[in-house]
Ligand binder design. Structure first.
Ligand SMILES: Nc1nc2c(c(=O)[nH]1)N[C@H]1C(S)=C(S)[C@@H](COP(=O)(O)OP(=O)(O)OC[C@H]3O[C@@H](n4cnc5c(N)ncnc54)[C@H](O)[C@@H]3O)O[C@H]1N2
Ligand code: MOO
Length: 593
């Protein structure tokens, strides 16, 4: 896959004084470019004696014992620590870039190397001050700043709009291709069918976080997106403590009969020092007294009121949970952009944080369109149907953690549609409709959108969910989802949900997928053409792993098979189905913790 002989990728730098927000900008830009499918490298120059490894880790010990090159090889990630001879001078930019050769990167983003001549974006923050760099640095191709740059500056980008900076980079390297072209290389969808990844790239590039944050109590934090960095004020655990109910002693004394000198309980520590030949009764979570270097669980001990005999030789450090083993004081616990989960709330509590600053929830207004729609309690005349989308969308939005505004059903009427759109856009950060996204629909949906916003009608190379309208109505993002119930859900999950996550403050991301085999005797059938999102069900296999099978008929009007599904199975455009045992891409539908 990689070849050391391929040339190093192009480099683009960020130049600016410390405190100008380079890293924050870079972080967001990387997320946008990665979501657009770019494979990126990052080069960060440091004048410090960098060591990302931590004392106590095996790799750290082995390197410090004298290894010149240490590879840490994990299943998902690997790293190489190289200790050049002390006399070797630090690499210049070309030498540092050469190390990226062979990783098939599209671009390396560089922080540092101020003296080198290469294309850079200047980052300037008014509050930070300092001179503008572009007059003296010919390589600067744009300035990202929060004040108007002086005359003669290269193109101006808003510092607060990383999506625009990412788009500038994309436009600046027209010959680089994202994965859209790579993944779908064998499938040319035609001039008017947009691949799913490209549609999502455009949507994510248009979405940005909503403004406004609030402090919430921990209990109200579930599903909210953190707007601050939380660092541990204190180490966790705060003291060395026992992992077992048993006896604390010195490991070297284990052969003798030991004198029991006291108790250390959780919440009621033993105050004294344990000397040679002594032992202390200790419970799980209790502080380890001075002098104790091992804890033996009580099952391996013969004891009475006064003496203790150890049945099996212990090792120093056994059953002792060290102070700071979970978190050291000052360590970052959670970063901005994190959607809080149950374990996060416990983690925050463990470091004594009772309130956190989170992003305001995005407000999302939605309505269904169509004269044929009736509410669940209404009588059905011939030709009318129940408005099921109203319920699936409401639930999807609740799951997405947004503030939901249900505007009901809007009849096929131009004035009503325009009024509903204007009302929705005035109250919301995003507006979602279902129905009227396709070609044969009543014209006034198109007319209303054209009158009230900037909306493009796309045809996506996916099934279900071919027609999709996307754009802006006022300041709100607009998603016009197809009316068919499963198509509405599928397009919500592929396009609206990732954009709402960005509005909520999360970094842009592709939906998570995994690869699983197709279950015995349960093939997926499909014709070559569009990428299909088929409804699947996970099932345990004989060997204890998981396989996936279809849930039944796949028509875009058949909600029952969606209700049975716990995942979507993504079959690529060119695929003609998948046989039992074949690995397929699976997008899980629910997460519990
Ligand atoms: N000539 C063509 N016809 C259609 C095409 C096409 O490319 N050329 N695309 C088909 C595809 S694919 C889809 S998906 C649908 C999308 O249609 P619209 O988004 O315009 O939606 P409607 O026509 O209003 O409704 C479609 C279908 O869904 C039912 N529906 C609508 N709203 C709801 C709701 N709230 N709850 C439950 N069901 C709803 C509606 O009754 C229709 O049966 O277009 C195809 N046609
Ligand atoms: O793509 Mo439509 O969404 O097949 O039903």
């Amino acid at each position: 896959m990689t070849s050391a002989f391929s040339p190093p990728p192009p480099a683009l730098g960020l130049a600016g004084f410390s405190g100008s927000g380079k890293t924050t900008l870079l972080e967001a830009v990387i997320a946008y470019l990665a979501a657009a499918g770019w494979r990126l490298g990052v080069l960060k120059a440091s004048h410090h004696d960098v060591d990302p490894d931590r004392p106590g880790k095996d790799s750290y010990r082995l390197r410090h014992a004298g290894a010149a090159v240490t590879q840490l090889a994990g299943p998902r990630r690997w790293s190489l620590f190289v200790e050049p001879p002390p006399e070797e001078s630090p690499p210049d930019l070309p030498a540092a870039l050469a190390r990226f050769a062979g990783y098939e990167l599209d671009l390396v983003l560089v922080e540092g190397y101020r003296e080198a001549e290469f294309p850079r974006i200047e980052v300037h923050r008014a509050e930070r001050g300092g001179p503008w760099l572009f007059p003296d640095h010919p390589g600067i191709i744009a300035v990202a700043c929060d004040e108007a740059p002086p005359a003669g500056a290269p193109p101006f980008l808003a510092l607060s709009e990383p999506a625009a900076v990412a788009q500038f980079i994309i436009d600046h390297y027209p010959t680089l291709e994202g994965p859209m072209t790579r993944d779908d290389a064998c499938f040319q969808p035609g001039p008017d069918l947009l691949p799913v990844v490209e549609a999502r790239r455009r949507i994510l590039a248009a979405a940005g976080p909503v403004t406004g944050t609030e402090m919430v109590d921990l209990r109200a934090g579930l599903g909210r997106v953190l707007a601050q960095t939380v660092a541990a004020a204190e180490p966790v655990p705060g003291f060395d403590n026992s992992a077992m109910d048993g006896y604390g002693l010195r490991a070297a004394d284990a052969g003798e009969s030991l004198r029991l000198v006291g108790h250390s309980l959780a919440g009621s520590p033993y105050a004294g020092n344990i000397g040679p030949g002594e032992a202390v009764r200790i419970m799980t979570g209790a502080p380890v007294p001075e002098g104790v270097n091992t804890v033996v669980m009580q099952e391996h001990v013969t004891a009475d009121e006064t003496t203790v005999r150890i049945d099996k030789q212990p090792t120093e450090g056994d059953n002792i949970r060290r102070a700071g083993e979970d978190l050291t004081a000052g360590e970052t616990v959670l970063e901005p952009g994190r959607r809080l989960r149950p374990a996060d709330l416990g983690l925050l509590a463990s470091v004594g944080v009772s309130q956190v600053r989170v992003h305001r929830r995005p407000r999302v207004a939605f309505f269904s369109t169509g004269d044929e729609l009736r509410g669940v309690g209404e009588p059905l005349e011939h030709g009318t149907i129940r408005d099921s989308n109203r319920y699936t969308l409401h639930a999807l939005l609740e799951r997405a953690g947004v503030e939901v505004h249900d505007l009901g059903v809007v009849r096929d009427d131009l004035a009503a549609t325009e009024t509903a759109l204007a009302e929705a856009a005035a109250m919301a950060d995003a507006v979602i409709t279902t129905g009227g996204a396709s070609v044969g629909t009543a014209d006034h949906i198109h007319t209303a959108l054209a009158n009230r916003g900037e909306v493009a009608f796309w045809r996506i190379a996916m099934k279900p969910g071919k027609p999709l309208a996307f754009g802006h109505v006022g300041d709100a993002l607009f998603f016009g989802l197809p009316g068919n119930p499963v198509s509405a859900m599928a397009t919500f999950l592929q396009f609206a949900a990732p954009a709402l996550a960005v509005q909520a403050g999360e970094p842009p991301a592709e939906p998570r997928t995994l690869r699983l085999p197709v279950a015995e005797a349960e093939p997926f059938t499909k014709a070559a053409g569009r990428t299909e999102f088929q409804r699947g069900q996970l099932e345990p296999t004989a060997d204890g792993s998981l396989a996936v099978r279809p849930t039944g008929p796949q028509g875009s009007h058949i909600l029952r098979s969606m209700s049975l599904a716990d995942c979507l199975v993504i079959l690529p455009a060119e695929s003609e189905g998948a046989s039992p045992g074949e690995l397929v891409e699976v997008q899980p539908l629910t997460t519990d913790a």
